[in-house]
Ligand binder design. Structure first.
Ligand code: DC
Length: 217
């Protein structure tokens, strides 16, 4: 595939702030934005809705292979239950393979004829777009990430304790880091950005500074 678009890869663990950063970078540069986690969430949600077990690899792969645009609009996509199911189906190589082409096509031929694309996920800089022009790996301490996620869920009216959110987040991190296919890890040439002590605007500025400096060099 001929690569003519500028690709920015934004990877990191749950609630590190990568979604917000990626969206803001896309706005700033006029690039298309893809939240790749929503693809895995859509597969997880489909499996649950069909009464399947996210640990059933064959079933999860089948659900991924027949994923439709409407699955991305499922109303439960951002729930904790679907997040955990997404992390489980993401272990399955057949699921990852089924979603790879869609992500690459988006990156290399962004919708709307945009000149570039920002993709956020876990393996964008390592597997999906190893030649991305800029790679960011966004992190934050566990307690900070759990507090952010907890607030997000409370704001949405989900009643869940901070301890529960922290435990789920650690379980998801462990699943994402330890899987053998495309585990969560920074690419060797990724720029690390720790957002633990940064407010949103400061984090966006720090990320944009890295992107601008890298694109210029
Ligand atoms: O970013 P998120 O929390 O919405 O992602 C949900 C799950 O999807 C995450 O726990 C792991 C998986 N995922 C992945 O394996 N690879 C990606 N590029 C994006 C998400």
């Amino acid at each position: 595939m001929t690569v003519s678009s500028v690709v920015i890869a934004v990877d990191g663990p749950v609630a590190a702030g990568k979604g917000t950063l990626a969206r803001r970078l896309a706005d700033r540069y006029g690039y298309a934005y893809l939240d790749t986690g929503s693809l895995y969430r859509a597969v997880g949600s489909r499996v649950l809705r069909a009464g399947g077990d996210p640990a059933d690899a064959d079933f999860a792969a089948k659900m991924a292979e027949s994923l439709e645009e409407s699955d991305l609009a499922a109303t439960d996509l951002r729930s904790e239950t679907v997040g955990l199911a997404a992390s489980r189906v993401a272990i399955v190589p057949g699921v990852r393979a089924a979603l790879l082409e869609y992500q690459r096509r988006f990156a290399f031929a962004p919708p709307g004829g945009k000149p570039g694309a920002v993709l956020d996920g876990r393996d964008i800089g390592t597997v999906v777009c190893p030649d991305a022009a800029v790679k960011l790996f966004v992190t934050a301490r566990d307690d900070v990430r759990a507090a952010r996620r907890h607030k997000e869920l409370m704001d949405k009216g989900e009643s869940v304790t901070f301890e529960r959110v922290l435990a789920d987040l650690r379980q998801r991190d462990e699943q994402d880091r330890s899987r053998s296919t495309a585990p969560l890890r920074p690419a060797d040439d990724a720029h690390l950005l720790d957002t633990s002590d940064l407010a949103i605007e400061a984090a966006v500025t720090a990320a944009a500074d890295i992107v601008s400096a890298t694109l210029k060099s």
